[in-house]
Design a binder for this molecule. Structure first.
Ligand SMILES: *Cc1c(COP(=O)(O)O)cnc(C)c1O
Length: 234
């Protein structure tokens, strides 16, 4: 696999092809993998030339972690690429929920009751046709105080609340393991949790561990630097 990525957009199509092949290989060898994970190319803070290269290669699934940055980049591109799919993978402030529901196909970061309530209320307004079709619940598998997400011990109640009381279209779970831990433990935990709650989608794995995630049954991996190269710091 490629570990250093040069600042050359023409290489991006190759990286995407190789990454997808590696994901296919890893998941085919795994008993936990129900399907080959889809590659979410994480475009946050990347120069437009690199995104254009990925789009020209035919890639259509992207992830962003900030609503405003994503609006600026993707609203114009949506006119040219009608088959784009966008996932929100970063924290969502309650006052940005309308913008998020209008822009993202999937909101992966439902991480607290207040946000779930707000999303549910807006989704039930019949006068709107929101773009969002699916929500994932973010689980704080490492129980890190500074990190967003539902604690594993509270996941069952929260999933039931979102699905049964709010009728949110919850289809999966996502996690961001602690940087210093062996990610495999967190991926195994999330896999079990999704299975227990009959949720088909699992978003886990980033540039450093997407193959591990594929082995543990990820259905989406979120990869930024291994596709596009280093990004500008925020
Ligand atoms: C930025 C980001 C990624 C991508 O990280 P890389 O290490 O560049 O692959 C994945 N998931 C989330 C939630 C992110 O914010």
């Amino acid at each position: 696999m490629i570990t250093t990525v040069q600042d050359m957009p023409q290489h991006i199509a190759t990286y995407i092809t190789e990454l997808k092949a590696a994901l296919t290989g890893a998941s085919e060898k795994s008993l936990l993998a129900a399907k080959v994970p889809q590659l979410i190319a994480v475009s946050k803070m990347q120069p437009q030339a690199r995104i254009d290269a990925a789009l020209e290669s035919g890639h259509r699934l992207y992830g962003e972690n900030r609503v405003q940055e994503a609006q600026g980049r993707w609203m114009p591109l949506r006119e040219r690429y009608h088959d784009l799919t966008l996932h929100l993978i970063g924290p969502l402030q309650t006052n940005k929920t309308k913008e998020a529901l209008a822009l993202f196909d999937v909101i992966q970061t439902v991480d607290r009751p207040k946000l779930a309530d707000k999303l549910a209320a807006l989704l039930q307004e019949e006068s709107h046709s929101w773009r969002t079709q699916e929500c994932f619940i973010q689980i704080n598998t490492g129980e890190e105080p500074q990190k967003a997400g539902i604690l594993p011990s509270e996941a069952g109640d929260f999933i039931a609340y979102c699905k049964d009381e709010l009728a949110l279209p919850v289809t999966g779970l996502m996690c961001i393991p602690p940087a210093e831990d062996d990610a495999a433990l967190h991926f195994a935990l999330l896999h079990d949790m999704a299975k227990q709650h009959a949720l088909p989608e699992l978003s886990m794995g980033m540039s450093g561990d997407y193959l591990t995630a594929a082995r543990f049954g990820a259905t989406y991996v979120r990869v930024g630097t291994a596709v596009f190269g280093e990004r500008a710091s925020s």
